[in-house]
Every structure is written in C-alpha cells, then in structure tokens.
Design a protein around this ligand. Structure first.
Ligand SMILES: [Cu+2]
Length: 686
C-alpha cells in the first residue's frame, strides 16, 4: 500500500505513516496472557475467554470484561461484580449467554447475569458497543455482550479437549474440563468448572470478606443430519456461595438450571441464506442470609431471603440475501419471566424453606427486528436496523418492604402496564483508500423498559412504588476508526449521547416513616427517579510491534456525564484510565508487564447512581503494576504465571460499593481491590 499525501485527515496517520510502508498483511499477535482486548472492527470487540488474562479474573463473567477498554466492575467481594460499560450498568448493558437472556434473582443485586457465567466454558466473548445492533434482544442501550459457543462444521471425527488448572494467592484454585466428541453427524460436549477462593487481603493487608466457591456443569448434544442443518439440545446446572464485603448478608445459594434447544438451517434457497431458531428455559434460585458465611452479632437473629426467577424465551431469525451486496436479518424474540420471594426474619423459629413463595412481578417482552447490511461500494457499507418491542409488566406485591422490619401496602398492587418501545440505528463504514483504516459513524436510538430492580425494588419520589416509572430513551452518536497494518493495530471510538428519562437511583431522599408525623420520624428511602442526562467519552487501543518479538500496548478509556435535570455530575462514572504494557513473545516464551493508571474521580454525586451502586465520594488516583510470563512447551500445553498488583498497592475502584461493618473484619470505606496476587495456570488443549 502506498501512502499519498492528499489523504491524511487524521493526526494519528502522521504518527504512524513511517511504519505503514511494508506489506498490508496484519501479523496476528497471539498473546499468551491477554492484558488488553483490541477493537478489531467497527464497534465490535471479540475475545477468547480461554486465554489467560491479567489481572486474574474472578470465575464469573464480569471480571473477564475488565480487559476491554471502557468496562469497569462494581466490586462487592471476591466475585459477582456488576459490569459497567461507559458508566452504564444493569440492564443498560445487555448480556446474552448462547443467545439466552439471563436475569438474576436477587433484589439486592448479588447476582448480576455475569454471576452465572463461567467464561472458560465458552468459545468467544463478543461486545457490540453502543445502540448499534437490534438483532440481539432489546434494551442494549450501552451495548451488548454475547458469551458464545462455536458451531463450526465438523469434517473429521475425534476429540476436542480443553483442560486447565489454576492456583493463586488467597487459596484460589480453579479447575476446568471441556471435552467434545464429534463426527460429521453428531457432537457431544460436556463442560465442568470449579472455582474457589478464601478471603483476600488488600494492599494494606486488611482482610476483605470475599471468599467464594462456584461449580458448574453443562452438556450439549448436537445433530447434523446434513451439511446445512444443525440441531442442539443443551442443559446445565451451577451452584455456589459467595461472601459480600458491602452488606449485611452473604449469598449462600446461587442455583441455576437451564435447558435450551437450537436449530439452524443454511442455504435454503438463493434468497434465504439461513434460519436460526432457539427456545430456552432457566430457573434461578438464590438464598442470602446473615449466618452461613459470617458470624452473627451477639443477640442477632438468623435472617434469610430466598428469591427465585423463572425465564422462558425464544428467538427466530432468518438471513436473506437479496443481492450480492445486500443482506437482511429479520426476526422476532420473546421472553417471559416471573420473580418470587420468600424469607424469614427468624430462621430458627420459622425456616424460609417452609414458607410459600410469593410471586412479586411478571415481565413479558415480544420483539420484532430487521437489520440490514448493504455493501453499496466495494469499500463502503451501510448498516441499519429497526426493532419494536411490546412489553408488559405486572406488579403482584401486596406489601412494600420499608427497610428490614417495616412494610406498608403496595400502592400499585395488582397493576399492569404495557409499552411499545422502538430502537433503531444507522451506520456508515468506510475503508480508506490511502490508509489501512476503516472509519465509521453511526447514530442509534434505544428505548429501554425499566427493569425489575428499578420498578419493583425501589420507591418513587412521591409513592412507595416506582412501578410506573417512564421508560428510558437514549440517542447516541458513535464515531471512530479501526487501524490495522504491519506493525501497528489500533482503534479509536468516540460516543456522545442524550438520555431522556434516565432512571437515576437516588438514596438521598428522606421520607416520613409509616405512622410517623411528617418531620417527626424520617427514614431515608432509595427511589428510582427520571432525569434527563447526557454522557460522552472515548476508548482507544494501540498495539505497536517493535523489533524481535517485542510489542507495546496502550489503552485509554474516559467517560463524562451530566445529570441535566439537577445540574450535577452523572454518578457512577469511572474515571479516566490508561494502560501501558511492554511484552516479549517468541511463541515459546513470553513475558511482559503492564501499568494501569487510574485518574482521580472528582465528578461525583454521592448517594446517587444505578441499581448496581451509588457514588460514595471522590476517589483518589491509583497506579497498579502487573507482571506476567508464559511458556508454551508444545502446541497442546501452555503454562502462564503472573503477579497482579506487584507493588501491593492498596486502592479501590471508584465504582466499588461501600464496605460494610462485618463481625471480625475491619470496615473499609470501599471494597478494596486485592493486594499482590501471584498466580500460575496450566492449560492443555488437543
Ligand atoms: Cu441476594
């Protein structure tokens, strides 16, 4: 590729042009330890969850996303953090597991969807940034994350086995086995994982109430009656327990059972390229209590809560090719879920197991979507989509809980509400002629139905129920570029949005207690409240191949936002952060180091935030150094090791939850991150 002078519109081009002289083939960099995931095409980030990554993630899905610029995780303990993308948490970030919607059961958000995801049992994690897709379910305002398993056609019979074992500081050990027997007709796959960790210590040596253990097992059987048909039945169970440093209870049961059936048919006619269908069922049973994983304060009673959720869903999509340049995906998806509660304030006297479950809410969503991709010129394409969702929710609570002890009649008891919501996007992608770069610009609109945690689990400003809170509408501009050439790979993405009826969770509201006179007995209430907001930010990644197996990697992520209604900072936005890494990799040996620098966050709004957490205070800056090494003695074997937070720095992420007072533990302001963590991982693939 020749460089011409007339097209250097981007500052970055001037910087990189001396290196862009060689052949156009991109050298694939297969890191042994992933510290950064690059954006490889416009708004799309894909990563292999089996590759070791640093910092060492917890067993669950949230921590795996941390290596993608723009993601942060709300820490509550050792695991089960809530993922945030560009400062947007909860149902603003859609999470799909093999195409299935996973919704946790815990009204207090102990179990975000990622708590039930065991990433090493998947083949890929894909992130689509922004409201720039409509075919992966509703509500992906900030983006969508898809944990997927491969379904490549099988040509030879045989076994695929992946096994790994990990040992780390704080008594951490993980074991994974994933085995597939396949032939061109049948595939049988079984996966089992086990992960556990004791309480970790932060950089100051303070013990954090954070131990956990988790187990999962999954089997799937696939049948390929002919080259173009595929049928798969899959099912799985998982279970576990986890200590929480940010609250008065721990999770003593995280039970998930799921069953799914998928069918796909390819090359049906010259017009119909493909039909994909799936149906699924899942059941989540969760228990939190104050006695299983911690000692009870003197005189306190054993309390337990046992929510559950049942979800049924399905999807049908067909891919049409109306010409060589124009492809359509048309389809529908449906989902129905029902949540119930039961609990005991005195487990010794009245065990929750003997109480009847009370359904408190039902949700139903039916969606229709159409997405198209038109390569109208060899170097340019237009992608567009439109979807409509019909939502129905029913409030079945008779009573609303006011704190631990008090309750009052639910003002919206028995009510139903319905909404039809629309989402759309339009994006232009252009391959530049003079540079090996792709530019994109997209405009997206997404309307999000309020979720269980916003409607059912919160009050509103003037009522004990937020059941009738408005749907949230975001309109966002996404622009950026992806650059890929011999020695340099990189991407830059920018976004700006306006959000109408942003659902703010505000815990600074004072209300009179029931029966108390106004102003006499006040209680603090957590309400869901609609505001207008805006946010904007950027992510960047650059990998520069240096001479002789050396490379350097840099990333940057920043987001800012404003609560326009109250003229305050939009809360729960992570501060500016950057990473710089230097790595050696000769495909047999690798070693590297990475510095992560987190700026101070002074734009805060204490007491306000989202369903995952609220701002506490301003947060100081932090710098964390991590080191790693790898050895690949053969194709099948890989050993990796690392020291995370090598300088044993004591710090907390800005979006962390506040530390709670727990008997036997020192209370910290936030839930601090782990101190120096050594880990060693062995994996075997054949
Ligand atoms: Cu819970």
């Amino acid at each position: 590729m020749k460089m011409t002078r007339k097209t250097l519109p981007l500052a970055i081009a001037a910087l990189i042009s001396p290196m862009a002289m060689g052949e156009d083939s991109t050298v694939p960099v297969e890191e042994m330890v992933i510290t950064t995931v690059r954006m490889s095409e416009p708004l799309r980030v894909v990563t292999d969850p089996r590759q070791p990554r640093q910092p060492l993630p917890a067993h669950d899905g949230a921590d795996y996303l941390k290596t993608i610029p723009g993601f942060s995780v709300v820490r509550k303990g050792g695991a089960d953090g809530d993922p945030i993308f560009r400062g947007m948490a909860g149902s603003r970030l859609s999470l799909l597991v093999d195409g299935e919607t996973v919704l946790g059961g815990c009204g207090h958000r102990m179990d975000p969807p990622t708590a039930y995801i065991f990433p090493e049992s998947f083949d890929s994690i894909e992130v689509i940034k922004g409201p720039q897709s409509v075919q992966h379910g509703p509500g992906n305002a900030a983006g969508v994350v898809r944990f997927e398993r491969n379904r490549a056609p099988v040509t030879e019979s045989g076994w695929d086995v992946h096994a790994s074992a990990l040992g780390a500081s704080f008594g951490r050990h993980d074991e994974v086995i994933d085995a597939t027997y396949k032939n061109p007709r049948f595939q049988l796959r079984g996966t089992a994982t086990n992960a556990s960790q004791n309480d970790y210590r932060d950089g100051d040596g303070t013990r954090i109430h954070s131990s956990y253990n988790r187990r999962s097992a999954q089997v799937s059987a696939a049948w390929t009656p002919d080259q173009d048909s595929f049928l798969e039945l899959s099912g799985g169970v998982s279970d576990g327990e986890a200590a929480y440093a940010d609250r008065g209870m721990d999770g003593s049961l995280f039970d998930r059972e799921h069953l799914g059936l998928k069918a796909s048919f390819d090359n049906i006619s010259p017009l119909i390229n493909k039909i994909d269908t799936q149906v699924y069922y899942q059941y989540i049973d969760h228990v939190m209590d104050n006695y299983s994983l911690r000692s009870l304060p003197e005189g306190a009673k054993q309390r337990a809560m046992n929510p559950d959720r049942e979800t049924l869903g399905g999807r049908l999509a067909t891919t049409l090719r109306t010409s060589a340049e124009l492809e359509w995906v048309l389809g529908l998806d449906v989902q129905h879920n029902e949540h119930s509660n039961r609990g005991s304030m005195n487990q010794m006297m009245m065990p929750y197991q003997q109480m009847t479950r009370q359904t408190d809410a039902q949700f139903r969503q039916n969606g229709l979507f159409a997405e198209s991709s038109w390569d109208f010129r060899p170097d340019q394409s237009i992608k567009a989509g439109l979807r409509a969702d019909h939502w129905t929710a029913r409030d079945q609570r008779q009573q609303v809980a006011l704190g631990m002890m008090d309750s009052a009649p639910n003002p919206s008891a028995g009510q139903s509400r319905s909404d039809t919501l629309y989402s759309a996007f339009l994006r232009h992608e252009m391959q530049l002629e003079a540079l090996p770069a792709m530019l994109y610009a997209g405009l997206g609109h997404n309307e999000r139905f309020p979720d269980y945690w916003e409607m059912i689990n919160k009050e509103s400003v003037d009522s004990l129920s937020a059941f009738n809170i408005e749907s949230e509408k975001v309109t966002q501009l996404d622009v950026g570029l992806v650059y890929s050439h011999n020695r340099i790979n990189g991407s830059f993405s920018l976004f700006y949005n306006e959000i109408n009826d942003f659902i703010l969770i505000d815990s600074t509201v004072m209300k009179p207690t029931m029966g108390g006179m106004m102003g006499m007995n006040m209680r603090s209430a957590t309400v869901a409240r609609s505001i207008d907001a805006r946010s904007y930010g950027a992510e960047a990644d650059v990998t520069l191949a240096l001479a002789d197996n050396w490379r350097t990697e840099m990333t940057l992520a920043s987001v800012r936002g404003r609560n326009k209604t109250d003229d305050r900072a939009l809360p729960q936005l992570p501060p500016l952060e950057a990473t710089v890494g230097l790595h050696y990799d000769d495909r047999r040996w690798s070693f590297g180091g990475m510095v992560r620098a987190i700026a101070a966050q002074n734009h805060v709004d204490p007491g306000r935030g989202n369903i995952a957490g609220q701002d506490i205070d301003i947060t100081g800056s932090a710098t964390v150094l991590s080191l790693n090494a790898g050895w690949r003695p053969s194709e099948a074997l890989l050993f990796t090791a690392g020291i995370d937070n090598a300088l044993d720095h004591s710090y907390a992420e800005h979006v962390s939850r506040a530390g709670a007072s727990i008997p036997g533990f020192d209370q910290t302001q936030r839930v601090n991150e782990p101190g120096r963590t050594l880990w060693l991982k062995a994996q075997f693939t054949f």
